[in-house]
Every structure is written in structure tokens, then in C-alpha cells.
Design a protein around this ligand. Structure first.
Ligand SMILES: NC(=O)c1ccc[n+]([C@@H]2O[C@H](COP(=O)([O-])OP(=O)(O)OC[C@H]3O[C@@H](n4cnc5c(N)ncnc54)[C@H](O)[C@@H]3O)[C@@H](O)[C@H]2O)c1
Length: 265
């Protein structure tokens, strides 16, 4: 199926590592024009080059911390300036450190909420400022199955991700009349395959600090599909939901891509 993404203007945040990197490369393979935002310049410039190699019609890196509204405004403005439109925003930047709630403090809570939730709010506002006047657009935000199930050692993160789900449904209701679709993808445990896929700021830089091999094996065994997710699994769902040709009548939905971990919705 032709997803109709050739030359579409796509902004991806957190595009340097793991899932964001796979999303960038999946849109690149469809011939999209990419604007990649991240705080990790070295890694994301490498992703932009890889995107060009696999077929992106254009690929640029713009340094943008999603917690800073002025920086994400510059990110989407750079896409609009180059492409004359912003067709798709993918909110992928996220961060967590696995800890029991009782071990965490207010500085940690604020950081988790700022990056995971307010980052999505900032980028969505910046993109809507262009999408509403142009009367079309598609926004896909990356949440987590922790938002649906709750997850030990991810209390504030799970809450921030649940906030994304509710926020995106609301934005979908408010902006459907402007031809704008908004959907959410909830990954389960999704691990990079090799070192090229993670930059300095990736949560997976020190994988053992996230999960030991033993824990990963247990997670895989517990899933209905008996395997862990790979970044490409999430990227495929994002590209599908972003495409008007494939998903033009789908909005306000929260889709788990997690090997069956969450059977909700
Ligand atoms: N990998 C998983 O198992 C998993 C599971 C559920 C949900 N998720 C979500 O998927 C998304 C991607 O996860 P990942 O595993 O690829 O993470 P990752 O840590 O490998 O990559 C995150 C990227 O975001 C960038 N980033 C971090 N803070 C930023 C900021 N303030 N502004 C801009 N960029 C920033 C990092 O530099 C990095 O390139 C996140 O939203 C995460 O919460 C991941």
C-alpha cells in the first residue's frame, strides 16, 4: 500500500536513539522530509545521515529540548520554513530512571513530568500553530503501556504517560474539525539491537541499569507473543497512524505495541 508519505513534512522529537531513531528511518524509507529534534546533536546528526541513505527526501537536525517551548517553536518553524507545511508531528522524546516511588524526590518528579508530559504539550502547541491554519495534520505521541497498567518503579512516569493519553484524546476532539488527527502508541519493553541505536542521552546507554538480561528474559516469557519489542515494531505503528492514506479515519486512539502485555483497547 502506498502510505502517501512521499515528500510529507515530518517532525520527530527524541529522534536520536532507539524508538525515535527507528521512527525517523521508517518515515525516511517512505520518502518523507524529516526534521529531527533532540538534545543529542552528535547521535541525531548520524540518524539524519542514515535517513538520507535510506530514502528521505530531506533530513535536518535541529537541537531542541522539548521542555523549552521556545526551542520546540524553532524546531517546527525550521520544518515549516524548509517544507512550507508541517504534515506530521511525532512526540517521541521521553525519559525515566527505574526507581521505587519512595526513593524518588520532587526534583525527579518534575524532570519526569517536564520531559514526558509537558514536552508533548509544548511540541503539540507549536505544531498546532501551523497545522490549524493549514487545516490538516497528524500527531502521534509515544506513551507507554505503563500508562494503562501501572508499572513498579515507574510511578510518576506512568502518570505522566497517562496524561499524554488524555491530552491527545482532548486535542483530537478539539481539532478534528481542522482536519487534524491525533493518536497515541504505547510501547512495552522495546530494546535496541546494537550500539548504533543509542546515543549518549539514551536511557539504554547503560542497559543493565534498566533491566538485567535475566529480567528481560522474564519479561519476554510473560508476554503472550513471548518476545521483546524492537524499535521497528513501534515505528511501523507510528507510520501507519500518521498516514492519512492508511489511517485517515482514525483519531483519538491509544494503541499498544507490546507483544500483548496490555490487552486494553
Ligand atoms: N524503550 C522502551 O522500552 C519504551 C517503553 C515504553 C515507552 N517508551 C517511550 O518511547 C519513547 C522513546 O524511548 P526510547 O527507548 O527510544 O528512549 P531513548 O532514551 O533511547 O531515546 C530518547 C531520546 O530522546 C532524547 N531526549 C531525552 N530528553 C530529551 C529532551 N528533553 N528533549 C529532546 N530530546 C530528548 C534522547 O537524547 C534520546 O535520543 C519515550 O517516550 C519512552 O518513554 C519506551
Amino acid at each position: 500500500m502506498d502510505l502517501g508519505l512521499q515528500n510529507s513534512s515530518v517532525v520527530v522529537t527524541g529522534a536520536g536513539s532507539n524508538i525515535g531513531r527507528a521512527i525517523a528511518l521508517a518515515f525516511a524509507a517512505e520518502g518523507a522530509r524529516l526534521t529531527l529534534g533532540d538534545v543529542d546533536e552528535e547521535q541525531t546528526v548520524r540518524v539524519a545521515a542514515a535517513a538520507t541513505d535510506v530514502g528521505a527526501a530531506a533530513a535536518q537536525f535541529v537541537r531542541a529540548d522539548v521542555t523549552a517551548l521556545d526551542q520546540v517553536e524553532r524546531l517546527v518553524a525550521a520544518a515549516h520554513e524548509r517544507d512550507g507545511a508541517i504534515d506530521i508531528l511525532v512526540n517521541c522524546a521521553g525519559w525515566d530512571r527505574l526507581m521505587w516511588f519512595t526513593e524518588t524526590d520532587p526534583d525527579f518528579w518534575r524532570k519526569v513530568v517536564d520531559i514526558n508530559y509537558l514536552g508533548v504539550v509544548n511540541c503539540t502547541k507549536a505544531a498546532l500553530d501551523f497545522m490549524v491554519p493549514q487545516q490538516h495534520g497528524s500527531i502521534v505521541s509515544i506513551s507507554s503501556d505503563a500508562s494503562r497498567q501501572g508499572e513498579a518503579r515507574e510511578a510518576v512516569y506512568a502518570g505522566a504517560k497517562a496524561a499524554i493519553n488524555a491530552f491527545m484524546k482532548t486535542i483530537a476532539k478539539e481539532n478534528g474539525r481542522a482536519g487534524i488527527r491525533c493518536n497515541v502508541v504505547c510501547p512495552g519493553v522495546t530494546i535496541p539491537e546494537d550500539a548504533d541505536e543509542v546515543g549518549a542521552a539514551s536511557m539504554w546507554r547503560d542497559r543493565e541499569s534498566m533491566f538485567t538480561d535475566d529480567q528481560l528474559e522474564k519479561v519476554a516469557r510473560a508476554l503472550p507473543l513471548r518476545k521483546l519489542g524492537r524499535p521497528r515494531d513501534v515505528a511501523n505503528a507510528v507510520v501507519f497512524l500518521a498516514s492519512d492514506a492508511a489511517a485517515g479515519h482514525i483519531t483519538g486512539q491509544v494503541l499498544s505495541v507490546s507483544g500483548g502485555y496490555s490487552m486494553i483497547g
